[in-house]
Design a protein around this ligand. Structure first.
Ligand code: F6R
Length: 613
């Protein structure tokens, strides 16, 4: 995820170049694909240096220049608009070369602003980013007052973003602005800082201001002024950071996994809302499939590994139901060796958080070589899977650091629903009412996920009852069976408890032999149309002595009646329920692993990106 660092002080005491680069390094853990810095040199020149890849590439690039300044902004970029490259890296400058900006977030109306800047003002763009539009807009409005120019530009922009701005004509001032993307100010002695995250500043300051939405900050080396949306000065209490650097990276959470579980409402919201136009229609910018293309496909494969494969299982339900196309889901390491039936009428959908999983990549290459059209659902922009695909649909979960995938999974699910809706609409098989029902349902999901997250203490208490078990079964039907596989994987990979997931109707064909007194069974019963059948499966287990933890939509009393413990999820359609059902399973796994003293973020034998066969 992108990171911002800025410093304003006295070049005699401290070099902004060193301080900004050191701050950027503290944000490396968040993931990035390029970095850059802008300073105003003593001679009044604005200097911008940026490089694709690691921060060390940037350091090497500027090593011989002896750059020194009392003001600087820097950025680590996690690509969204435009691939990772030197040109797309931040900071970006306006056309006059006087103004430089760094930016986190998205300018939603950047395409229309860019068109206006090109057509009406003849501005030439040097990058594919939405950020350059902000730099050019500020440049357009600049008439000697950088603060006023920033305000004018902000009035034109929609989206969620925070920015840091410097101008060579006002080298003693830095302007920053926040809208729905984190921004903090660090208060030093004879110097001040901006950053997107606390870890970037901890070496220098512990006293910070937390900037609120729609606030502008004007910094000089001795003063920080915060203005509200009406440009009235506001008072802000100082926040004293008491965390150590490691805790700060996790924003106060004990583990990245827990932090990432809590980031899911935001990830889901961004993945949906950034694809909606003003009329509530889904616009999938990465996918260019016509009605004719879609009608041509006689077979769709979804291929992935692990958690991404589990998202594919839900994708099958979503695409078959919404687009009326039959879908097969394959484990990538199996697909490539089973001589799959693929030709130019095949749509191959790869799902991968990292975009580097070798099995998925190899399956993709196999399908491509046989003529399939390749659509990938990927979290990392510019990754191998993304580069080798015909169409790419990004999950926008932000970097996932914990090995156990959580927010990547829920955003992959959202992508599956969006692809199903897009295909159904484009093919003309989905009526307006059903389309709207799903879109509205997706828009309600972030709040519903939040509602489950508010039950965290209850789920932790439940984990205290269960964490000593050594065998767990997850059962469910339909969508719930697919989520059971994910719940079981989450538990086993971080707690090392032997767990097994099975479609509940399949129990009686063998596995039920293992259910005995006190066996723990987590029963997912959120599919209304299968509720009675699921309750029967729960009873089958209970009569054999199993301890049942039921998961059901509020008010489904029959599940509670036959369970020893119950976790409620908010009301939702059967189709969208996986987005909610998985949340208590993630939390339960997390708390059980924590109680067992496991290394949650780095489980044994596992790597975040599996680039070997
Ligand atoms: C489990 C997990 C893995 C990955 C799998 C595929 O929590 O993270 O099962 O889902 O290794 O990885 P990607 O999605 O990067 O292709």
């Amino acid at each position: 995820m992108c990171g911002i660092v800025g410093f304003i002080g006295d070049a005699k005491d401290a070099n902004a170049v060193d301080i900004v680069i050191e701050g950027l390094k503290k944000l490396e853990y968040r993931g990035y694909d390029s970095s850059g810095i802008a300073i105003v040199e003593q001679n009044g020149q604005l200097v911008v240096r940026k490089k694709k890849g690691r921060i060390s590439n940037l350091e090497e690039f500027i090593a011989d220049e002896n750059l020194r300044s009392g003001i600087g902004i820097g950025h680590t970029r996690w690509a969204t608009h435009g691939e990772p490259s030197d040109a797309n890296a931040h900071p970006h400058m306006d056309a006059s070369g006087r103004i430089a900006i760094v930016h986190n977030g998205i300018v939603e109306n950047y395409a229309e602003l860019k068109k206006e800047l090109i057509e009406e003002h003849g501005i030439e763009f040097r990058s594919e980013t939405d950020t350059e539009v902000i730099a050019q807009l500020i440049g357009l409005y600049y008439d000697g007052d950088i603060e006023a120019a920033v305000h004018k530009a902000i009035e034109r922009m929609t989206g969620a973003y925070s920015i840091g701005v410097i101008c060579s004509e006002e080298p003693n001032k830095m302007v920053a602005y926040r809208k729905d993307s984190p921004l903090i100010v660090g208060l030093g002695s004879n110097c001040n800082f901006i950053a997107s995250d606390i870890p970037a500043l901890l070496r220098h300051v512990r006293q910070i201001y937390l900037i609120e939405n729609n606030e502008t900050v004007i910094l000089t080396k001795n003063n920080v002024k915060i203005l509200d949306s009406q440009l009235r000065e506001v008072h802000r209490d100082v926040f004293n950071v008491t965390w150590d650097a490691e805790a700060a990276e996790k924003e106060g959470y004990d583990h990245f996994m827990l932090k990432e579980i809590h980031e899911q409402p935001k990830g889901i919201r961004e993945t949906v809302t950034r694809r909606m136009d003003d009329d509530g229609n889904i616009v999938l910018d990465g996918i260019n499939m016509t009605k004719e293309d879609l009608e041509k496909f006689d077979r769709v494969y979804i291929v992935a590994c692990g958690t991404a494969y589990h998202a594919g299982l839900i994708g099958k339900f979503a695409i078959e139901k919404l687009a009326g196309i039959s879908v097969e889901v394959d484990i990538a390491s199996e697909f490539r060796y089973r001589d799959p039936f693929v030709n130019d009428r095949t749509l191959f959908i790869a799902i991968s958080q990292s975009g580097e999983t070798l099995d998925t990549l190899a399956a993709l290459r196999e399908a491509k070589q046989k003529g399939a059209r390749i659509l990938s659902v990927v979290n990392v922009v510019g990754s191998s899977v993304a580069r080798e695909s015909d169409d790419v649909f990004y999950t926008w979960a932000g970097p996932e650091i914990a090995v156990a995938s959580t927010k990547a999974y829920t955003t992959q699910l959202v992508c599956m629903y969006l692809i199903g809706l897009y295909m159904g609409r484009t093919k003309g098989v989905l009526d307006d009412e059903t389309y709207k029902k799903y879109v509205d349902g997706l828009l309600e999901m972030p709040e519903k996920v939040q509602e489950i997250l508010r039950q965290e203490n209850r789920i932790e208490a439940l984990a205290k009852k269960l964490y000593k078990r050594n065998n767990v079964f997850f059962i469910g039907r339909g969508n719930d069976a697919a989520v059971s596989y994910e719940g079981s994987l989450k538990l086993k990979e971080i707690s090392y408890i032997n767990s097994f997931a099975i479609a509940a109707g399949e129990l009686k064909h063998g596995t039920i032999a293992l259910i005995e007194q006190d066996t723990l069974v987590v029963a997912l019963a959120t599919q209304d149309r299968l509720l009675d059948k699921m309750v029967s499966n729960i009873q089958e287990c209970r009569t054999r002595g199993a301890y049942i933890v039921g998961i059901a939509k509020k008010g489904r009393d029959s599940v509670e009646e036959h369970s020893d413990d119950i976790i409620w999820i908010p009301e939702c359609s059967d189709e969208l329920s996986p987005l909610l059902t998985v949340i208590p399973l993630q939390l339960l796994s997390y708390f059980i692993a924590k109680l067992r003293g496991c290394d949650i973020d780095k489980p044994k034998n596992l790597a975040k990106s599996v680039t070997v066969e």
